[in-house]
Design a protein. Structure first.
Length: 279
């Protein structure tokens, strides 16, 4: 399936939209289920040697730390992130994980040697990438039978009147956005095609998918902070101004919050996984 974007031309350095939002991101973005990390690690080839894992577009290192916690202390994890603010937050939050190294880099030119990694992950970031180039780079750095895993945390708007209204809020204020799509490198929005992409790629085999439903509860202020960490809301603010956008959001939060000012936020974590064919 072709990647058909609602944007018109490639937007340079899309990751700069998170500059100034990294603290919101680290404080309120959701973690990932242990089961998702373990499912990925169980797909790795069996070996007693130390492993290199690469997490691309790692942001503040939320999934990087989740993977690190499930690996052996002798294994190395490289988190690659182009945004300085996000990478600074990642380093601050990862002091208890000495086997994680955060480096500046991008998905189209991974700072990793050929055939060096057993696993490459991208968690809530791959929709931003030049995917054909990224897939080729992953094929270059993975050794035979190594794994690529693309992870997405999604709010389950179809199971929540609150999130249904929140999606409508973004559809109102973000041109080109519709629920179920993700921002891309062209400044528009696309549906994800990871499974079909990897199934067609000549260097990968054994595409599999799995998902885990879970819930979290946030205060109104925490959900507002979460929203301010997203590119959708940051675009809405740029397009329509803070007063209008924040009033519309707060009206939704007030309508659906419990008497204790709490909001139920259902999620699903989806993983698409494939293995590197022998070189």
């Amino acid at each position: 399936m072709a990647h058909i974007s609602t944007g018109s031309s490639e937007a340079p350095e899309n990751w700069t939209i998170y500059t100034g939002a990294a603290a919101h991101y680290q404080a309120t973005r959701p973690d990932y289920p242990n089961a998702a990390a373990n499912w990925i690690l169980n797909a790795l080839p069996q070996s007693q040697e130390s492993k290199l894992v690469v997490d691309v577009g790692c942001g503040t290192g939320i999934f990087t730390r989740r993977i690190a916690a499930a690996l052996q202390r002798s294994d190395s994890i490289m988190g690659i992130e182009p945004n300085d603010d996000m990478r600074f937050q990642a380093m601050r939050a990862s002091a208890l994980h000495p086997n994680i190294e955060f480096v500046c880099g991008c998905s189209e030119a991974l700072p990793v040697s050929n055939n060096a990694a057993v696993l490459v992950t991208a968690a809530s970031s791959a929709h931003w990438f030049d995917l054909p180039t990224f897939y080729d780079e992953v094929a270059r750095v993975l050794f035979s039978d190594g794994v690529i895993a693309i992870v997405q945390n999604k709010r389950r708007w179809w199971d929540s009147q609150f999130l249904d209204a929140y999606e409508a809020f973004h559809e109102r204020f973000v041109p080109g956005y519709r629920r179920g799509t993700f921002p891309d490198r062209f400044g528009g929005f696309v549906e994800e095609t990871f499974a079909s992409d990897l199934a067609r790629h000549s260097d990968f085999q054994g595409v599999r998918q799995a998902s885990w439903k879970w819930n979290r509860t946030l205060s109104k202020s925490d959900f507002e902070s979460l929203s301010l960490s997203t590119s959708h809301t940051r675009r809405a603010l740029a397009n329509s101004g803070e007063d209008v956008v924040m009033k519309a959001m707060r009206d939704i939060l007030d309508l659906f919050a419990s008497t204790e000012a709490r909001l139920d936020v259902p999620y699903v974590t989806e993983v698409t996984l494939a293995k590197r064919l022998p070189h």
